[in-house]
Design a binder for this molecule. Structure first.
Ligand code: TRP
Length: 440
């Protein structure tokens, strides 16, 4: 299929691996702890887990099924299933979301590369709490350094997409990601031996219901979309390349369990250390970057541990940026009717992303605006659009077609799934929106 070649995907299995690889990334290790820390720890965790159940499962399945049924990526999928251009806005929303996510995601990836480079020179040795905080500020407020370190992963990602060596990277990350998990488990073990680690455990696991505010609910929903990569069409592409016999329900459950596990592990590492070392859990986006070096310092073979951990973190981040950029590149290829080939698309998208990244480095507010708006506005609207598309817009036989894309969904389960998409998912998203705006 020429379509296949255009997207540079050579193996279907590699794509499925990428779905999990794309889901697990900085969203779990960087964003989850900082958002949970800002939103009351345990109160956030419980709302987050409810969101994963409520939105994660139906929406992950929806994106996979739309892709599997249509055989197209986010650009062509809605057109193919609907037979009209009415839903083109949703395709555009998907690519806009991908671009804005990349703008700040590459910067945080740049922080990871910076910390990896510094780990090589053992730069964090002997730094206390205050020194680590000052160090983060010093490093990240140096615009030249930040532009350099953020554009490094942009070039790396573009190179991978240019040469179509995605598969090699995925095979590599299949070996390295379990290593990251092992490393994280070791860090949990170490952190739990620190003084006062129990205060952090209480912070993370004890739910004070009075802390569940509209803002907490909104941010938990946004974090759920971001972490599972739903609501921006990324998973539609994966669905398009799923082998026929692949079970969508089982794949969705696997991705959700793995993704949630990594997020909880990250919380288990960060919060005990936060309280033991005297950091502030509501520190914000810098949270893990000031806490992690302090933890790694306490590990045996601390120098080696730091290099290994930050190295693996960079790889986890880059597997996500590869999938993110792929969404935009595939979009340009398809939207231009292949007039712009893969190489040209990679160049165009890299140029746009470079401008956005540089803008975010120089205007710090843009960084947080993009971070918040993508999770809390664009991805929920994208998800709402997809739920309405399948639940309300497709005629009965269209819905049947979508369901038949997977043999795993039996008659009754299919009815439940459609009902959840028609009523529960849209109602929940709209209620959370209205609630956070103070309207209800
Ligand atoms: N889920 C990724 C993470 O947790 C971030 C992400 C959001 C993503 N949307 C995506 C990754 C689309 C790949 C494709 O870090």
């Amino acid at each position: 299929m020429t379509n296949n070649e255009n997207k540079g995907f050579t193996s279907k299995v590699g794509l499925i691996m990428a779905a999990a690889g794309g889901a697990v990334g900085l969203g779990n290790i960087w964003k989850f702890p900082y958002i949970a820390g800002e939103n009351g720890g345990g109160a956030f965790l419980i709302v987050y887990l409810l969101c994963v159940l409520l939105f994660g499962m139906p929406l992950l399945m929806t994106e996979f099924l739309i892709g599997k049924r249509s055989g197209k990526s986010a650009y062509g999928a809605f057109r193919a299933l609907d037979g009209s251009k009415k839903w083109d806005w949703l395709s555009w929303l998907c690519v806009l979301t991908a671009l804005l996510i990349m703008a700040f995601y590459f910067i945080v990836t740049g922080w990871c590369f910076n910390y990896f480079a510094e780990a090589l020179t053992n730069a964090f040795q002997g730094m206390g709490t205050a020194a680590l905080e000052a160090h983060f500020t010093k490093v990240t407020t140096n615009p030249i350094r930040m532009v350099g370190f953020s554009l490094l992963p942009v070039v790396l990602t573009a190179t991978v997409l240019w040469f179509g060596v995605k598969e090699g990277i995925e095979r590599l990350s299949k070996i390295l990601m379990p290593l990251l998990l092992v490393m994280m488990l070791l860090m949990v073990g170490r952190v739990l031996m620190l003084d006062n680690s129990n205060i952090g455990m209480q912070f993370f696991f004890r739910c004070d219901f009075s802390k569940i505010t509209p803002k907490v609910i909104m941010e938990a929903m946004g974090q759920c979309f971001f972490s599972l990569s739903i609501g921006m069409g990324a998973l539609i592409t994966y669905g398009a390349y799923m082998p026929k016999e692949q079970n969508v329900t089982a794949t969705s459950i696997q991705v959700i369990v793995l993704d949630t596990l990594v997020a909880i592990l990250a919380g288990l590492i960060i919060f005990p250390a936060v309280f033991s070392f005297g950091f502030d859990p509501a520190e914000g986006p810098e949270l893990v970057f000031v806490v992690l070096p302090a933890i790694l310092e306490k590990m045996s073979l601390s120098w080696l541990s730091s290099i290994l951990f930050f190295g693996l973190l960079c790889i986890a981040a880059v597997t996500s940026t590869i999938s993110l950029m792929e969404v935009a590149v595939a979009f340009v290829c398809e939207a231009s009717n292949d007039k712009l080939n893969r190489h040209k698309s990679v160049l165009i998208i890299s140029a746009i992303v470079t401008v956005l990244v540089v803008a975010c480095v120089y205007y710090k507010q843009l960084f947080s605006i993009f971070d918040n708006v993508t999770s809390c506005v664009l991805m929920p609207i994208g998800a709402l659009g997809m739920a309405l598309f399948v639940g309300w817009n497709l005629p009965k036989n269209g819905q049947k077609g979508v369901l038949n894309a997977d043999k795993g969904i039996k008659h009754f389960a299919g009815k439940v799934y459609i009902a959840v998409l028609r009523f529960i998912v849209p109602a929940a998203i709209i209620l959370i929106f209205l609630n956070s705006l103070g309207i209800i």
